[in-house]
Design a binder for this molecule. Sequence first.
Ligand code: UDP
Ligand code: MG
Length: 340
Amino acid sequence: MAKNSNNWTVTQPLYSIVIPIYNEEENITEMYRRISDVMAQLDGETELILIDDGSRDHSLSMIRELNHRDQRVNYLSFARNFGHQIAVTAGLNFVQGKVVIVMDADLQDPPELILAMIEKWRQGYQVVYAQRLARKQESWLKRFTAYAFYRILRRLADVEIPPDTGDFCLMDRQVVDILNAMPERNRYIRGLRAWVGFRQTAVHFERDPRFAGKEKYTFAKSWALAVNGIISLSKVPLRLATYLGMLSAGLALVMILLVLYWRLFDPDSPLIGFTLITIALFFLGSVQLFCIGILGEYIGRIYEEVKGRPIYTVKEIGGMAQRSTKKSPESSNQHFNTAK
Ligand code: UDP
Ligand code: MG
C-alpha cells in the first residue's frame, strides 16, 4: 500500500505508464483523454508517471492540475531539460507497477496499442516493443536517416536491436529492475532494453503524426542519440583505426612500388615528388584525425561516467514523495532539491 500526496490510500498498481514531457502544452489534454480511455479498459489499477523534462511552457502547471484531479497521476519535474532518455530513466526509477509502459506525450505512439502489448505480456513476454510499419507525414529525410541508422546499428551492435523500434514499449518489473540497477549515465534505452535479454516480441503499428506542436528532437539531438546508440552498444568503431591503418599501409606499399617503377622506367613522370607526398600527407593526416575523433567519443563517455554526477536533478515531485526509488548499489542517480 502506498499513499499519494493527497493522502488517499491507493493499492500498488498493476500497470505504470511513463510519459516524458517537454513543452507539450498542446498535447497534454488530448493525451490524458486518450490514455484515460485506455486505462478504463485495463483490468488492473494503473498509475501514470509524467516526467516534466524542464518544460518552459505551461506543461508543468497542466500536469499539476491533472495530479490534483486524478489520484492516478503522479509526476516529477526536472530542474532543467535533461533530454528524453533521461526523462524515461527517471520515470522507470519511480514506477511501482508490475508492468511498465513507456510512451511519448505527442500521441505518435497510439495509447490503444497498450492493450495489445498487455495481451503479449500475458502470453509470457517480458518485453513487448512497438515496431513501426510506417511513418506518416514525416519528411523523407527523417525517414531515410532513421531507416539507414537502424540498419547500421544492427550491423555494429553487440546485441540484436530490432529495426524501427523506439522507446514505446512494455516491460515487466523484472526488466525494469535490471535497467534501474544499471549505473551508466549515458542511457540509450532501446539498446539497454535489447541488451537485457528475456523473452521479447513486437507489436506492429503505424506511427501517427504528432497530435500538435513541434518535434522536440532537433537534428542535433537526433544525431547525438544516434552516435550514443552506436557507441554505447558497439566497439566496432574503435577497430576502424586498425582497419584504416592496414589500408594506408597497403597504399603506402603500392606507392613505393610505383615510385620505384617510375625511377627505373619513367624518370620524367611529374607524379614523383611533390604531388605524391602532398596526397599521402593529407590522406594520412585525415585518417589519423578521424581515428582520434572516434577515440574522443569513447573517452568523452568514460569521462562522463567516472565523474559520477547524478543523472538528473528533480525540483518537484507530485503524488509519490514517499517512494523510495530502486537505486543501483554504487550510484545515487537522483538528487532531490525539494519534494513537495
Ligand atoms: N522529450 C523530452 N525531452 C526532450 C525532448 C523530448 O522529454 O528533451 C519528450 C517529448 O515531450 C515527447 C517525447 O520525448 O513526449 C518524444 O519527443 P519527440 O516527439 O520530439 O520525438 P520523436 O517523435 O521525433 O521521437
Ligand atoms: Mg514525437
